[in-house]
Design a protein around this ligand. Structure first.
Ligand code: GLA
Length: 372
């Protein structure tokens, strides 16, 4: 393992263990997690691997095989750049009263760049999982996910929900993770496309529109404002959509329309999966995309073209996945249409002078775990 060798090289001893945590793709349930709603992500076969040893002091020595330069950080310092995702987890655990001291870490990642498949959640969760074992904290996987989310909220300043970290911590091979983001209850849903002659293609636009960063917080604020105006704790609680919409206007109205219908789409999709009707979920994926594009307004031309061309090429359904403004789309495609879908998307990108998107099938992989 690369991290094992690199650890020995840079720290002059073997690491006490090696852990891995995956990124995620979200099947459906977008921008619902911070509205106390439903999500259905699964862990992907790519993620972050970390070789780690604990230390007797409060220093964190960090080395990423992607960025090169070794970094040394005092645990409670506000670190810079990607180190915040790591140091944030140390700090959150310590603030919660856990006996966590420093550590030496070598980090390696293979999440395709720009794919929006939550490499940051994978990094947080791999660190949380390693510290949990090394310091015998006895945390559940969900508690690790919550600490990871808090690190991202408080140290990186990204007001994300719980979906990405939960998918990374709790994912299971061959299964999607249904989660109620209010109760934090989860259920594993078998998701075996091969059995139905289908594939889920990830179409990585490779772009990240900078405005994304502020826009996420603004969408979240719109949702919270709408909930307040409606007198509910969260948009999850809206039962009479028409009645709610009649009390709202502008952005709050559009965001509410999306969140309420998206929660229903998650439930509908799970119903179809339970019935073994996987081939029928495409229409829900398409509807989710239109809602994210027109009501939640988090898509972008690269995502829209990927979705439209995938459908034109014969996909049974497609949608953007993740936060939006770039990253990846997903497309549900029958085995015999995969080539046609790929060709359609690649051609459409070339015609617009855009760099070719990365297109790869994704199957649900295991969540965070110790490798050695
Ligand atoms: C990002 C956030 C998640 C979630 C999605 C949108 O990935 O990190 O918490 O809100 O966007 O569904």
């Amino acid at each position: 393992m690369r991290v094992f060798e690199a650890f020995r090289e840079s720290f002059g001893a073997e690491p006490q263990g090696v852990w891995h945590a995956p990124g995620r793709v979200n099947l459906i349930g977008e921008h619902t997690d911070y509205n106390d709603g439903f999500v259905l992500p699964f862990a992907v076969p790519w993620g972050v691997t970390a070789a780690v040893s604990p230390r007797q002091d409060d220093v964190v020595r960090l080395w990423s095989l992607q960025t090169g330069e070794p970094l040394t950080v005092e645990v409670l310092d506000r670190a810079e750049g990607w180190a915040r995702y790591v140091v944030g987890v140390f700090s959150v655990l310590r603030e919660a009263g856990h006996p966590v001291r420093g550590a030496d870490l070598v980090i390696d990642g293979d999440v395709p760049p720009g794919a929006g498949l939550s490499s940051s959640a994978a990094l947080e969760v791999v660190v949380g999982t390693a510290l949990n074992e090394l310091y015998g904290l006895g945390l559940t996987k969900m508690e690790i996910a919550l600490a990871a989310q808090r690190a991202e909220n408080d140290f990186v300043g990204m007001p994300c929900g719980i979906m990405d970290q939960a998918a990374s911590a709790l994912g299971e091979e061959g299964k999607a993770l249904f989660m109620d983001c209010r109760s934090l209850g989860t259920r594993s849903i078998p998701f075996d496309l091969a059995q139905h002659g289908l594939q889920l293609l990830i179409i990585n636009t490779g772009v990240h529109h900078e405005l994304a960063d502020g826009q996420y917080a603004r969408r979240r604020q719109d949702c919270e404002n709408a909930a307040k105006r409606l007198g509910v704790d969260a948009l999850r609680d809206v039962t009479d959509l028409a009645g709610a919409l009649s009390k709202l206007s502008g952005d709050e109205r559009k965001r509410t329309q999306h969140v309420v219908t998206e929660n229903h789409r998650v439930e509908a999709l799970i119903g179809l999966l339970r019935a073994g009707a996987v081939r029928e979920i495409g229409a829900l994926l398409n509807a989710s995309h239109l809602s994210l594009r027109d009501q939640f307004e988090v898509s972008c031309p690269e995502l829209d073209v990927a979705v439209e061309e995938a459908i034109r090429g014969g996909a049974r359904g497609a949608r953007m996945t993740g936060g939006g403004f770039g990253g990846s789309a997903i497309a549900l495609v029958a085995d015999d249409r995969v080539q046609a879908v790929q060709d359609a998307v690649v051609l459409a990108y070339a015609e617009r002078g855009w760099a070719a998107p990365g297109i790869y099938p994704a199957t649900p992989a295991a969540g965070a775990r110790r490798l050695s």
